[in-house]
Design a protein around this ligand. Structure first.
Ligand code: QUE
Length: 337
């Protein structure tokens, strides 16, 4: 197989191996990559010679930075609703296919893993992070929302944890991702070659435990109680008020982060997590797919967010409306199914 391919799928020993191979874009997922992953899932699900899948990112910097949201923005600007719908519906089908794969899906996360990368790893396991892993759900910065099935996962973490992750876009370094519940094992990166070889040779995902290192304490340990107090509030404005009541530098930082995100996106995201707590994974993915069309086409913030963060990189988005206090709650509810 050519090393030019954006996904390199191979069978080795007892494993199916998937290498996300778009390193200059931090392995952000194109529709072509999503289709290659789908093809591998379909080929390997019923193949008894494949006992597990190993998923990795090429290039040494990233596992997967998310979806190819620049391309989604281009399609939105062109008014191409079919292209946007194809991208998200095929991506979410892959997320569900991984959840229902029926065999271990071992993600070796040794670098940036955001958004779509979380969706490729979080629904099955074991999920391995190294000290170089950096996990985040940064969608509110580009006025998207926690998708790829994370509206199912995030509300099932510790109280307030999912909303903290989804709304602030906090970057969780390796061990923190395990403490938060987005990963299972912390393995130092120097042990990855031996772990990979053991997985391929033995076909038994339980070997991961033999390579795991003791978990260092969470960097957010001292803020857990504040996360639970503030990020379980029923609205974004009440979260902000609760953060003010904390009166700590940490709480002020969280409030400042929230004030930079799309106000509409913050409200959509919190409502989505609230609903997701009561839905199945399939229902969550259906709700997310419905939301993509309202958010990507019918609201200006997504185009503006991708412009500010990824196209012009001025990091100065002009949100509509610009302030949380101006968001109409009824307009948010109308975006849902
Ligand atoms: C929010 C996001 C994404 C993001 C930044 C955000 C996202 C995504 C990328 C990304 C990063 C580097 C690349 C690239 C894409 O950044 O989904 O192609 O080279 O894919 O704040 O949701």
């Amino acid at each position: 197989m050519s090393t030019e391919a954006e996904v390199i799928a191979t069978r080795e020993g007892q494993a199916g191996r998937l290498l996300l191979n778009r390193p200059r874009a931090l392995n952000a997922l194109t529709l072509g990559m999503i289709r290659e992953i789908r093809r591998a899932i379909d080929a390997w699900r019923e193949d008894p010679a494949v006992r597990l899948v190993i998923l990795e990112g090429a290039g040494g910097r990233a596992f997967c930075a998310g979806g190819d949201v620049r391309a989604v923005r281009e399609a939105a600007l062109a008014g191409d609703r079919a292209a946007v719908a194809a991208f998200f519906s095929e991506e979410y089908a892959v997320n569900e296919g991984i959840a229902r794969f029926g065999k271990p899906w071992v993600s070796l996360i040794d670098g940036v893993c955001m958004g779509g990368g979380i969706g490729l790893s979080v629904h099955n396991g074991p999920r391995v992070v190294t000290e170089r892993a950096l996990l985040a759900m940064p969608e509110t910065a580009i006025a998207l929302f926690p998708d790829v099935g994370t509206s199912y996962v995030l509300p099932r973490l510790a109280p307030g944890m999912g909303a903290w992750i989804a709304l602030t876009g906090v970057r969780l370094a390796g061990a923190d991702a395990v403490h938060a519940g987005l990963a299972d094992h912390f393995v130092p990166s120097e042990r990855l070659p031996a772990l990979r070889a053991a997985l391929i040779e033995g076909g038994d995902a339980a070997v991961v435990e033999r390579f795991a290192a003791p978990l260092p304490p969470a960097s957010f340990a001292e803020h857990r109680a504040a996360i639970a107090r503030c990020f379980t509030q029923p609205s974004v404005l009440e979260i902000l008020r609760a953060l003010e009541r904390e009166g700590t530098p940490w709480a002020a930082e969280q409030a400042a982060l929230l004030r930079r995100m799309s106000p509409t996106s913050l409200c959509v995201s919190l409502e989505l997590l609230r609903r997701g707590a009561r839905l199945s994974l399939s229902e969550c993915l259906a709700e997310e797919l419905h939301l993509t069309s309202a958010v990507v086409h019918d609201h200006p913030d997504f185009r503006e967010g991708v412009r500010a963060v990824l196209v012009d990189k001025d990091n100065a988005p002009r949100w509509t409306p610009p302030r949380l206090e101006e968001v109409d709650p009824a307009a948010i509810l109308r975006m849902f199914r």
